[in-house]
Design a protein around this ligand. Structure first.
Ligand code: NAG
Ligand code: NAG
Ligand code: NAG
Ligand code: NAG
Length: 792
């Protein structure tokens, strides 16, 4: 009873707080759709005029306006209160008004693992796909860049900057365009008006932040070098993971738009300003590793979705991370069908660390350990109340000279907490025991070896059997090994589908490496980003969908450089239909977190395969017009749709009455979120293979309990016919109350394999609405079933 009362009180306080906070002003974004006034000055004047309708004077309008979005679409952001926002929202021209939210930020071996081998003997000719790319420009929306990193030095023989480039390198604190920018790093802008409204003025004397595009966090430098970093030999983290580092498109140009700051926060008003500029500057790809976990907001209330929609209309691919909210289902972020959403998986590299106890028992863990450690092995109870390795549980015992054995399970301790606890207790090292599916190696504040629960249990047993003597432990420097364990495996943290706003569009789209990725790092920032860490490194290991997203951005830049006329949808289709679903053992890809076979909601169409993506055979294309029905379904009015899409001549907007399914959107995957009776879905493919006349034949794998029919089964492409539609009908063949089953359609001409995932949720059974209030009745109903199982 007490706890109920408590939470009730909490609710009251929360709502009081909410009322209070809405009565003051806040940064709002006012979105107006396409920019029909071509002159940016006139557009800005128009925005000021609109805003002056709700503030006392023109002067107040100038003061409260943060940005006027005037190049690539129309809108503005301003500091106003909720009444003023509501008044603006009622105006005819206005599509949406929403509060600017704060979004959060979510390799050497990785490229070789994906088949982009780099010849170690430098004389040989560079592989075809790596000679290209300097005609493409990749924009990173992140925490800025460390321009001195070798990853941003010019590659040999780079051509002059593409003539289409209209961006610039903006001068700022510790950022001189003359020395920081070159043929590789061609653009650098930063945006902090929204951030400062939220946090107060940036005080660079109390933080290490720079009022410029210089990176004070490290995340932006890391992601930029993953996407487009130049080739750098002998990259390693203090000797670990030694090899040649380079980005997915090492010759592509980099344009940095700093919208996230040292604390990993990114304001939507700033993000939309970056989209406005980047689209106008002429970038080809935008890579953004940020978002917010569900509840997701409608597309017209999200800077990322609005910005990426206008980017798509200008032929710019926008790549987002799926988020780190896994492994529970339906928490995927950045789900708009006009952008690409990337999940994270492992690569086939491990950092094995040998542990020897009393010179007799040997264990193998994983870490980034560079030292040879000799110490006493001690259980957690000696230093922490209840054996729970948290700083608050420390019982003031000095642990110097010991390595503490900590289990994650009691009290659900995170590895970072245990590291801080061991550091507080002054321990020499930490052995952290956790489920193997949650383990991945990142930099630690004290030597920390991750071991699985079986080895941890053995160690614990040994400790309890040798109470009188204190066991000696030797820990050896970590060794980098490859091809030791199956890969890829979907990361436990990677956010899973289905999308919580449009479940009939498969998200995430694709998976790429995101576990223990080695990439460039600012030497002034400790690898653990904590001030107790005194190390300085040029390369650092990070994990997250933040890391997988720029892998895909780099590959998109490669594909774009070879096929400059392909639309963002065609490029994404090329990536998705050529992705693979088998690991290095030719087995199905596992999903960490469940340790079961992954499905399309874990991994999207599969793991990205850059070499195949260059030549996909067929593509599923989409133009801006094709999103009309999708936008109708998502609450846009016909009038609003006309104001956000530059429609092709002759295209009319007719929103059907009632919600229609989005299954006919020409996506490379088909998701039916509720199959009650037979439905037919249409898809159109275009032949982009080398041969104009080719014959493709369909192979179908039906989801369990669903009959799938494809018509026609054979597609004949010729000089006169490069685009053909086909139909797929889905017929439920079982009683089910809503559970996804998976299949695929694979088109092949004998050389290309064009694979589309099918995810179908059969919903044929009428739920029994009778409430059961008698428990014995429920038990009776279960009995025959149990008997049946036993006899079979
Ligand atoms: C918002 O500001 C206007 C003009 O200053 C004022 O009239 C109105 O009461 C304010 N509304 C709220 C909710 O504070
Ligand atoms: C920044 O912080 C320092 C130390 O608190 C203070 O002395 C200084 O006035 C601040 N500067 C600004 C611009 O607020
Ligand atoms: C931590 O260990 C060092 C060296 O082992 C020792 O000099 C120091 O006194 C210890 N600190 C505490 C708080 O016990
Ligand atoms: C620790 O216990 C194990 C198992 O009981 C025993 O074999 C071993 O000799 C013991 N070691 C020491 C150093 O006491």
């Amino acid at each position: 009873m007490a706890s109920v009362y408590h939470s009730f009180l909490g609710l009251v306080f929360l709502s009081l707080y909410f009322i209070h906070s809405t009565s003051t002003s806040h940064v709002y974004i006012v979105y107006l759709g396409l920019n029909n006034i071509q002159d940016p000055i006139l557009t800005s004047n128009y925005h000021l005029q609109l805003l002056s309708n709700v503030v006392p004077s023109q002067q107040d309008a100038r003061k409260s306006m943060l940005y006027s979005y005037k190049h690539s679409f129309s809108g503005f952001s301003a500091k106003i209160n909720s009444t003023q926002a509501a008044t603006l929202a009622r105006m005819d021209r206005v599509i949406s008004v929403f509060k600017s939210r704060i979004l959060r930020l979510h390799t050497t071996r990785s490229w070789d693992f994906m088949g982009l081998h780099l010849d170690p003997i430098g004389d040989q000719e560079t592989p075809l796909q790596l000679r290209h790319g300097d005609n493409t420009i990749v924009a990173l929306f992140d925490t800025g860049v460390w321009p001195e990193s070798k990853s941003f030095h010019e590659e040999p023989n780079m051509h002059p900057i593409p003539k289409t480039w209209r961006g610039k390198c903006v001068k700022g604190q510790d950022f001189d365009p003359k020395t920081s920018c070159n043929l590789k790093l061609i653009g650098a802008r930063y945006y902090l008006k929204g951030y400062e409204q939220e946090h107060g003025p940036l005080n660079t004397t109390v933080t290490s932040e720079y009022r410029s595009s210089r990176d004070a966090n490290g995340h932006g430098t890391h992601t930029a070098s993953t996407a487009v970093g130049s080739t750098v030999k002998k990259a390693s983290f203090l000797g670990i993971g030694l090899g040649t580092a380079r980005g997915g498109a090492p010759r592509a140009r980099l344009a940095v738009y700093k919208v996230c700051w040292e604390d990993g926060r990114c304001n939507e008003a700033d993000i939309l300003a970056a989209f406005d500029d980047a689209i106008h500057d002429g970038v080809d790809v935008i890579s953004a590793s940020f978002g917010l976990p569900p509840p997701l907001v409608p597309f017209y209330e999200s800077s990322s979705d609005i910005g990426s929609f206008h980017a798509m209309q200008k032929g710019i691919s926008v790549i987002f991370s799926a988020g780190n909210s896994g492994p529970d289902p339906a928490l995927v972020q950045n789900v708009a069908p006009w952008s690409t959403c990337v999940a994270a998986s492992s690569i086939d590299r491990n950092f094995l660390t040998k542990i020897l106890v009393d010179n007799s028992l040997s264990f193998t863990g994983e870490s980034l350990n560079t030292e040879h450690i000799e110490a006493t092995l001690v259980g957690a109870r000696t230093y922490f109340r209840g054996g729970i390795c948290r700083p608050s549980r420390w019982i003031n015992n000095d642990a110097s000279g010991t390595v503490i054995l900590c289990f994650s399970a009691p009290g659900a301790v995170q590895i970072q907490e245990a590291e801080v606890a061991a550091w507080v207790a002054n321990a020499t090292g930490l052995i952290f025991v956790d489920s193997p599916t949650r383990q991945y190696v990142d930099a630690d504040i004290i030597p920390t070896i991750r071991v699985d629960i079986i080895q941890g249990t053995k160690m614990n047993r040994y400790l309890s059997q040798n109470m009188s003597s204190l066991p000696k432990v030797h820990i050896f420097p970590s060794k980098t090994v490859i091809k030791q364990s199956p890969a890829p495996i979907v990361a436990e943290f990677s956010s899973r589908g289905p999308s919580s706003t449009s479940p009939d569009i498969l998200k995430p789209d694709i998976s790429a490496p995101g576990i223990s990725i080695l990439a460039a790092w600012p030497p002034g920032i400790p690898p653990t980003s904590t001030n107790i860490d005194k190390r300085s490194v040029d390369w650092n290991f990070l994990s997250g969908t933040s890391m997988s997203c720029p892998h895909v951005s780099g590959i998109v830049a490669l594909v774009k450089s070879l096929h400059p006329d392909w639309s963002p949808a065609a490029i994404r289709s090329a990536l998705m239909t050529t992705a693979y679903n088998r690991d290095t053992n030719h087995d199905s890809i596992l999903s960490a977190g469940t340790n079961e076979e992954s499905n399309f909601f874990d991994i999207g169409a599969g793991h990205v395969n850059p070499l195949k993506a260059i030549d996909p055979g067929l593509v599923y294309d989409l133009k801006a017009d094709d999103y009309v029905l999708f936008l109708c379904n998502n609450g846009y009015t016909e009038d609003q749709i006309k104001r956000i899409i530059s429609l092709s001549p002759g295209v009319n907007v007719n929103c059907p009455k009632g919600r229609k399914s989005n299954t006919n959107l020409n996506y490379p995957s088909i998701t039916v979120s509720s199959l009650e009776s037979m439905i037919t879905v249409k898809r159109t493919v275009r032949n982009v293979g080398g041969r104009k006349s080719s014959v493709y034949i369909a192979r179908i794998v039906c989801p369990h309990g669903v009959e799938v029919t494809v018509w026609p089964r054979i597609l004949f492409f010729s000089y006169f016919r490069d685009e053909i539609s086909y139909y797929v009908s889905f017929k439920p063949q079982k009683m089910s109350q809503g559970r996804y089953d998976y299949g695929e359609i694979v088109w092949s001409d004998g050389y290309h394999t064009v694979r589309s995932p099918l995810a179908v949720c059969v919903n044929t059974a009428t739920p029994a609405a009778t409430a059961i209030d008698d428990s014995s009745q429920a038990f009776d109903q279960l009995l025959p079933l149990a008997a049946g199982t036993a006899s079979s």
